[in-house]
Design a protein around this ligand. Structure first.
Ligand code: AMP
Ligand code: MG
Length: 387
């Protein structure tokens, strides 16, 4: 699925609008020293260390932002503020707390040369290649770019992801349910999942289990989106048409995976756009989104992997699963001594949606095993902070 992913195109944004966006390049070359000049780390006196200890003449003052600087000669001190440029001749700053002032003279203790001086370029020297975290831009990284004088950043455009929910039984929250109807959870849940993964969600109108309509919607979606996500109708029921439409009108690469929840996952394309068919069940849809679509969206943004932390966690109880399939159990992971433990977040049937909302991790229990065993450690993929 990742093999066919194309990198999103880029756009240039001003620095004040780039947070939450993924930079097109994770390396920036510094064109200036940061800080640009040697300056004081304290409010105090700029002096020559060789004159210390001693009583010195106070010959001037430099505040932050000062452009012209009084030189510091032998036996002299200049009053200096935090962030002010170190005047010529001075090599050391003595904080005001250590000074004894009488009139125009100041008595200062001995200090090592260079004390409380921030050298030019000590944070970042000119020409340094500054590596940005492979992630969406956050406060500290934006601050680093600002300190380098960067005013605009080239970022990846958000991949446009069409979200299409299919099913004759679906009704939109806000209206009343007619007999046999349920509320559509996927248009909303998947829309949020797309946005949380860095994409732009284009949520299409609810679509009945009608092959002609599904085909029309898929083609419309393919025309306006980089990736099409369709939920429902990918299984073997008489009214499951999505897979059929892909097979006849597009391309179907595969449509079943040994994963629980989420067996009937389909992948293919229509009109040259990748289409992922998710199981209609909201638990299965959201878990398979996490496993397959989130990495795809990240790859489009130039980001590696799934962006999740994986830890080892010991099962607090035995949790049964399908032996043939790899299970992603909905669990709550909490610290336990030097490690972590995983307790079920609730029932593990794929029709039980609330435990997914309560879970902060998916516990990965391998295919070939009938259950997660009490006390055994399994890989837990954190989808929220540990409890
Ligand atoms: P399907 O994949 O179409 O066989 O649907 C599997 C189960 O998920 C059925 O119980 C559907 O009613 C339910 N389902 C399908 N789509 C949605 C949706 N958008 N929101 C909530 N439940 C759904
Ligand atoms: Mg259905």
């Amino acid at each position: 699925m990742l093999a066919g992913v194309r990198l999103a195109r880029t756009e240039t944004l001003s620095l004040d609008r780039c947070d939450g966006r993924v930079p097109a390049s994770f390396s920036v070359t510094a064109t200036i020293d940061v800080p640009p000049f040697s300056n004081s780390a304290m409010d105090g006196f700029a002096v020559r260390a060789a004159d210390l200890p001693g009583e010195l003449d106070v010959v001037g003052e430099v505040a932050a932002g000062a452009g012209s600087l009084p030189p510091v000669g032998k036996g002299e001190a200049v009053r200096i503020m935090t962030g002010a440029p170190l005047p010529p001749g001075a090599d050391t700053v003595v904080p005001i707390e250590d000074a004894l002032e009488t009139g125009d003279r100041v008595r200062l203790p001995a200090r090592e040369r260079g004390t409380y001086v921030r050298e030019a370029g000590h944070d970042t020297p000119t020409g340094a290649s500054v590596q940005l975290p492979e992630a969406a831009l956050e406060a500290a990284t934006v601050a680093v770019l600002a300190s380098l004088g960067v005013a605009e950043v080239e970022v990846r455009r958000r991949p446009r992801v069409a979200v299409l929910s299919t099913g004759d039984e679906l009704a939109t929250p806000g209206g009343a349910l007619r007999p046999g109807q349920i509320y559509d959870a996927n248009s909303f849940g998947l829309g949020v999942a797309v946005r949380e993964s860095g994409g732009e969600a284009i949520v299409l109108p609810l679509t009945a289990d009608d092959p002609a309509l599904i085909e029309r919607r898929l083609r419309d979606a393919a025309a306006s989106a980089d990736l099409v996500v369709v939920s429902g109708g990918v299984s073997v029921g008489r009214h499951d048409h999505v897979r059929d439409v892909l097979e006849r009108r597009g391309r179907l690469d595969f449509w079943r995976i040994a994963v629980q929840p989420g067996k009937p996952l389909a992948f293919g394309e229509i009109d040259g756009r990748p289409v992922v068919g998710l199981p209609g069940n909201p638990v299965s849809a959201l878990v398979t989104f996490e496993l397959f679509l989130r990495p795809m969206l990240r790859a489009m943004l130039g980001l590696p992997g799934d962006g999740r932390i994986h830890v080892l966690a010991c099962a607090t109880e035995s949790m049964p699963k399908s032996t043939e399939r790899r299970a992603y159990l909905r669990v709550v992971v909490a610290r336990d001594g030097d490690g972590y433990r995983a307790a079920p977040a609730g029932g593990q049937q794929s029709s039980q949606l609330r435990p997914l909302a309560a879970a902060n991790a998916l516990l990965v229990v391998p295919e070939g095993e009938p259950a997660a065993e009490l006390g055994r450690a399994y890989e837990a993929m954190l989808i929220g902070p540990p409890a």
